[in-house]
Design a protein around this ligand. Structure first.
Ligand code: SR1
Length: 325
């Protein structure tokens, strides 16, 4: 390890061990988040140990204990079930390890929380729903309780319904697993067949939206359905902009930037710098129309057209390289 010149200890010597412990690794969002974390770690000469997430709470607990035994200086926890993590996370804190949480509410004042401003994200998506469909329609809603970002987006959906009596939720479904899109597609097929009057689906996770789109195509109803989501990837952009796609808008950050911000939050704490408790990366509304009009085909195109998409001023310092992508 060479270290970073001008950086505070221990980054001046390099090779600082940090663990990234995810609950979910499958899917575009989580892969891009990890690659952003890896890019930021490399730029800081951090020895990043990545533990694969397999939607297994017991395994995630075990991985935290393994990271403690490895002697890491910091741990980034990416999603997870709070009830199964709080005691092992406390063990890490007691050993002086700095912990950062992305999208998992560990409810501990010593653990900074990274999030994508999920309330705002859902509000932007629902504003677009109203622009396109008015305030009276039958809806499908994709939701799985227990995931902090989905729970926050759900608060906005519930408020939206309570303020718009013409919006009727006819079906609610969803699945989070290593096959989220295809399992959600099976559920969506049943829901859309049973409720042929559904014209809008709010699916605030890109794997959910992909599943609903699959179902709509299989049922031959893509022309009469509109899907609104969260998240974006190159594959999502292709699915949104293709001819006849029912996926008409998404609200998203660049997940690689969120991964980089999470590692910076760990690094600053390790360097002894105080950081805010709440760290937010703001999302952007991307409509099918605007993506097509701008000729955006990839995440890289998007970053060129929307500079804010490629970097975040959240959590940085003069000694931290943050032009990564
Ligand atoms: C199962 S939770 C999925 C969400 O986590 C991240 O916040 C992404 O935005 C994704 O929508």
């Amino acid at each position: 390890a060479a270290g970073l010149s001008g950086a505070p200890a221990p980054f001046d010597k390099g090779g600082v061990k940090v663990a990234l412990i995810s609950y979910i690794s499958a899917g575009d969002f989580f892969q891009a988040y990890q690659s952003g974390a890896e890019a930021q770690a490399k730029a800081l000469d951090i020895d990043l140990r990545v533990f694969p997430g397999r939607q297994d709470a017991a395994e995630q607990r075990e991985q935290i204990l393994q990271a403690i035994n490895l002697g890491v200086a910091g741990i980034v926890i990416d999603h997870g079930l709070p009830e199964s993590l709080s005691d092992v996370v406390q063990q890490a804190l007691d050993k002086g390890i700095k912990v950062v949480a992305f999208d998992v509410n560990l409810n501990n004042p010593r653990i900074p929380q990274v999030e994508q401003s999920d309330h705002e994200l859902a509000e932007h998506a629902l504003e677009q729903v109203v622009k396109d469909n008015g305030k009276s329609f039958k809806a499908g809603y994709v939701y799985v309780a227990g995931f902090a970002p989905l729970d926050r987006r759900n608060e906005v959906w519930e408020k939206f319904k309570s303020e718009n009596s013409g919006v009727v939720e006819k079906a609610r479904f969803g699945n989070v697993s290593d096959t989220t899109a295809t399992s959600t597609a099976d559920q969506a097929k049943a829901a859309l067949t049973a409720n042929p009057d559904i014209s809008v689906v709010f699916a605030p996770y890109d794997e959910f939206a992909r599943g609903v789109k699959l179902a709509a195509n299989d049922l031959g109803i893509a022309g009469k359905l509109k899907i609104y989501s969260a998240d974006v990837s190159t594959a999502d952009i292709q699915e949104i902009t293709e001819e006849g796609s029912p996926w008409v808008a998404t609200v998203a950050t660049n997940p690689a930037v969120v991964g980089a911000v999470s590692v910076r939050a760990a690094a600053l704490q390790i360097a002894g710098v105080e950081i805010p408790h709440q760290i937010t990366v703001k999302p952007t509304l991307l409509t099918q129309e605007s993506l097509r009009a701008a000729g955006v085909k990839t995440i890289e195109d998007l970053a060129q057209k929307v500079p804010a998409f490629n970097t975040s001023g959240a959590i940085t310092a003069s000694w931290i390289p943050d032009k990564l992508f």
